[in-house]
Structures are given as C-alpha cells and as structure tokens.
Design a protein around this ligand. Structure first.
Ligand code: PGA
Length: 250
C-alpha cells in the first residue's frame, strides 16, 4: 500500500507573514489527514513556515535546489542549506523551471541524485506539452524523463526516497485537467517504465498527478489506482481549498 502524498506548490507566491498565516489556518484543517501533507514554499518563507508547522503533520518543501554542496553558484541553494531550515521535500524539474529557466533532463538528474544522497525527498516532475500529446509520444517522453531523472539511484532509493509528479504541461495553471483515466493511464505507463529498470520498486514509488487539481476533481483523480497523490498549484494558496484536496474531497 502506497501512502498518498498531497503537496502544495506555492510557486512565486506569499511573503513570510502570509505564508505563516496560510499554514496556521491550514494546520487544524488537515490535522486528521490520511495522507502526507507538504507545502513547498519560496525559500524566503522557510523560517516562518518551519516555525508555524511545529507540532503539526505538515512537512516543509522547497521548489528547487542545486546539486553541488557549495561554491560559486549565485542565486542557488544547496541541499544542506535546505535541510538546515527544516526542509524535507524538494520539487525538482518542474515544467516552469524547464520552460523558463533552461532546466534539462540532465540537470534534473543531478539535482535528484544530490537530493536523495542528502536525505531530502525529491518530487520529480515530468510531463508532456500539448503538441507532444497530440503527436502521440506522451508515453515515450514521460518514461524517458523519469528514467533519466532517476539514473544513479538504487532500486531501494527509487522505492522509498523519491516521489514522481506527472504533470501534463497543458494542464498546469490552465484549468484544464487530464481526465481521471488519462492521468491514471499515463502514471501507469511511468510505473511500468520504472519497473523495466528497478523491478518491484515500481510498486512502492509514489506517483502524483498535478495540473489544475482542486477540491472538485480531487475525488475522481484520487480514486484511480495508479494515482498516489497530487502536486497542487493554484488550489494550494487558500487553506480551505488545499485542505479539501488533502481530504480528497470525500
Ligand atoms: P496548478 O499547478 O495546480 O496551478 O495547475 C500545478 C503545478 O504546477 O504543480
């Protein structure tokens, strides 16, 4: 049995005071959650959120990280820095990083391996663009992205230390969601791709869906057997909405 994981990706939203307020409102609403609950906040909010989630079941996540331990990498953050702030999860290879900041499968791999070796849990994002789905190579692409990202990890690490987020790019922030069946099918394809290299680790690794997931569609998506959670953008910015997704809205 895979424990579901619902993570909020706040993107470039919230100041420290706003972040603390959001998690303070959220905490009682998700206290009885049956899944893991994570908020991935901008780094300037780590201290405020870490303080506000003390004694709750909410875990702290980051939105990116560099693979080197330290050095001349202006603007970057290392795994050790994140961990020192109480971060346990880190989103890697988000499509916005790939699209706007030149992130590649190779650098996603470096970041993923560095995160796992440092004891952080990466949430590795993969997904196809609209034209790639229309051209018929979604399955090949998401398997490729996933296997490149995981290269260098052991089967044990893939099983226990990694989360994958399948996020069709055309569904992110657009209000368009993959249908329950589309999301389930593609996640199943990713899982079989993982099986081809890592064997039974495929049965343990958690694979989320992301892309306009919200209180209305969470139930249908989470009822699908392959879908182990969600990576939530827009709907994670309001405590009530996010708490409803965490409750898979009944
Ligand atoms: P969205 O974002 O829920 O706003 O579509 C999801 C994501 O980018 O992780």
């Amino acid at each position: 049995m895979r424990k579901p994981i619902i993570a909020g990706n706040w993107k470039m939203n919230k100041t420290p005071a706003e972040a603390a307020q959001l998690v303070t409102e959220l905490a009682p609403l998700v206290a009885d959650a049956s899944c893991d609950v994570v908020v991935c906040t901008p780094a300037v909010n780590f201290a405020a959120v870490a303080e506000a989630i003390k004694g709750t079941n909410i875990k702290l996540g980051a939105q990116n990280m560099h693979w080197k331990e330290s050095g001349a990498y202006t603007g970057e953050l290392s795994a050790a820095m994140l961990k020192a702030c109480g971060v346990e999860y880190v989103v890697l290879g988000h499509s916005e990083r790939r699209q706007y900041f030149g992130e590649t499968d190779a650098t996603v791999n470096l970041r993923t391996v560095a995160a796992v070796k440092a004891g952080l849990t990466p949430i590795v994002c993969v997904g196809e663009k609209k034209e790639e789905r229309e051209a018929g190579y979604t399955n090949a692409l998401v398997v490729y992205q996933t296997l490149i990202a995981l290269t260098g990890l052991t089967a044990e690490e893939v099983a226990k230390k990694v989360v994958i987020a399948y996020e069709p790019v055309w569904a992110i922030g657009t209000g368009l969601t993959a249908t329950d069946e589309q999301a389930n099918e593609t996640i199943g394809v990713i899982r079989e791709g993982i099986r081809s290299v890592y064997g039974d680790a495929a049965d343990e690794v958690r694979i989320q869906y992301g892309g306009s997931m919200n209180p209305k569609n969470a139930k249908g998506l989470m009822a699908q057997p392959e879908i182990d959670g969600g990576l939530i953008g827009g709907a994670s910015l309001k405590a009530e909405d996010f708490s409803k997704v965490v409750g898979f809205d009944k």
